[in-house]
Design a protein around this ligand. Sequence first.
Ligand code: FMN
Length: 384
Amino acid sequence: MERPLAGTLSDTVPVEPSLPDAFTIGGRVRVAPNLVLAPMSGITDSAYRSLVKELNPGVVGLVVTELVSIEALARHDLRTHRMLRYLPHERPLAIQLFGSDPARMAEAAAIAEGLGADVIDVNCGCPVPKVVKKGGGAELMRQGPTLAAILGGLRRALSIPYTVKIRAGWDESSRNAVEVARLAEGEGAAMIAVHGRTRAQLYTGRSDWELIAAVKDAVRVPVVGSGDIEHATDALERLRTTGVDGVMIGRATLGHPWIFREIAALRAGVTPPPVTLGERLAAIDMLLARLAADLPPEGALGRARGLACRMIKFVRGGAVLRETLTRAPSIAAMRGLLADAAEVAAVDAVTVPDPRPAGAPSPGGATQAPTGDVAPALVYAPTP
Ligand SMILES: Cc1cc2nc3c(=O)[nH]c(=O)nc-3n(C[C@H](O)[C@H](O)[C@H](O)COP(=O)(O)O)c2cc1C
């Protein structure tokens, strides 16, 4: 890895030098390491992406925006343009677009390139009815000619690489990720990200990593796998067993945004540095401050409540804090509550290696600190 993490050398963590640790998109965007923050609507705005980058210095290879409507972007909708602001250290940055009209896609992609995107990603996986009914998202997996026209249009419109993010297929009877990946590669897509669930599955069942591996075997461009990476060890296991060029992590970052540095540490044979409760609260506070600065008050408060609650999910005693945060009338009030909680945490020596049940082995092979040895109200104690 480029940047070894602080931590102790552990004889329980094997170094994994043989695993791929970087790839390049379209010969010009280097993704190093090969760990990608997944696009998540309502979550991966600049505040969240930049926080994740900072909590995992040097070890998030690529971040992707929330999905953005090509119609809104092309008509220069102010809110949509605001959604696409980013901080320099977020780069390389992929801007993800959704829609189905090839000409409009090309127009919007050119605007996104002008805003500084390093990569344009076409959403072919969104399952939401209002998106698929208009021919976008996962519907594109059933509309090969339209997808081909979209990608052909991007080839002519862009000087930066473009990629697709697909699902396993539409439903059980059409698990066509391999065919769609081949089509996309043929039309110039420079990377294929695959979430191994069908559109019909939404988020139920499990991501099919055998199918993701089959996509990897079928194309020459980099393939990034997505779905159900919950712990740092899962990421290494997927890289080891499927041959994918990289992995994408979404929901696990919500409860544990430090997962990228843990993966990097494990890969380097270093025990991941633990995360203290104080660090966790400080990270949430930082996120809230950024949301308050970036968004109008109403939007910021809604997003702040949702994210803060998700990030406190694995804290024992956190239910009370969650509830009070949810009722707080403003972000300033939420930050006050967090400051109070941080004071308690300051006298608390609890560390938080990984969101898993107390007593379960941590990624480093050590056992998580038993929760009974800490008195204050807020104690990290993940539930299964
Ligand atoms: C709240 C939420 C929003 C999402 N929004 C998007 C999106 O805008 N674009 C996209 O391609 N995938 C989106 N996804 C799918 C994720 O990128 C990812 O493929 C999926 O969650 C599986 O990975 P995970 O198990 O690591 O979360 C979203 C997922 C969640 C949970």
